[in-house]
Design a protein around this ligand. Structure first.
Ligand code: G3P
Ligand code: CA
Length: 246
């Protein structure tokens, strides 16, 4: 929640509806759209540089073809991560997490950093990311999320205070209890899972819910009315408008 108790709007992979996802233009557009938070995805290069990209390969969102784990950062930074979306963004590169943090440190954005540690395992990703959070003094406005709940437990082992959130789709029984048991602080669920029973259970457990990826106005309205602490959307401008008119 924002300080005034309103739902925080998170720009998913930046403003992914209007810009090439997980690039600096997309993050800047999220801020411009009035989002108070950003969501981003982290993978590790062969030389262990955390880079901001959703997939385990560069195939879908760049002009390259390779697993990220097999490329050095020197190789990654030469790729074009904008043209697949529109020629207007030709030459835009995959940012490092450090580049994103350096820029975000000059804003008041809440940073939802998703550790991608599933299809490809990245041993040590938790410490690499936490060290960067500390280097840029972002610990009070960073949420570490992951579908890999072992990673969340490892983050909590290394840092008792940083906010974490369980990412999940469906089938988790009383997710507020599950998250509490692994010492996570919040629930980031696929939006259809955010039914009243879940919202009520989470509220009673004092656990924030931030569903993803919420792109339809009616769903935004319902989740905001339902008391979600945040919503994660590709269309932050629309979500800010819906939230401010609710
Ligand atoms: O963090 C919410 C959402 O981004 C999780 O799914 O696949 O878009 O990373 P995905
Ligand atoms: Ca994500």
């Amino acid at each position: 929640m924002n300080k005034n108790g309103s739902t925080i709007i998170f720009a998913h992979r930046g403003s992914a509806g209007t810009h090439p996802e997980n690039t600096m233009p997309a993050f800047e557009a999220g801020l411009e759209a009035g989002a108070e938070g950003l969501e981003c995805d982290i993978q590790l290069t062969k030389d262990l540089v955390p880079v901001v990209i959703h997939d385990e390969t560069v195939n879908r969102t760049t002009n390259g073809q390779a697993w990220i784990k097999d490329l050095t950062y020197e190789e990654i930074k030469r790729l074009d991560a904008g043209s697949w979306f529109s020629p207007k963004f030709g030459g835009v590169s995959i940012p490092t997490l450090e580049q994103l943090f350096e820029w975000a440190a000059g804003t008041s954005l809440t940073l939802n950093v998703e550790l991608k540690n599933g299809i490809v395992r990245y041993p040590g990703i938790e410490k690499i990311v936490l060290d960067l959070v500390y280097a840029y003094s972002l610990e009070n406005r960073t949420i570490i999320s992951s579908f890999n709940h072992y990673s969340l437990v490892e983050v909590r082992r290394q840092d008792p205070d940083i906010e974490t959130a369980v990412l999940f789709m469906e089938g988790l029984y009383e997710p507020w209890n599950y998250a509490g048991n692994i010492k996570a602080d919040g629930l980031h669920c696929f939006f259809p899972v955010a039914v009243p029973e879940l919202l009520v259970g989470a509220r009673k457990a004092n656990m924030p819910v931030r569903p993803f990826t919420v792109n339809e106005e009616e769903t935004m309205q319902n989740l905001i009315k339902g008391g979600c602490a945040g919503i994660i959307t590709d269309w932050p401008e629309k979500a800010v408008h819906v939230r401010n008119s609710s």
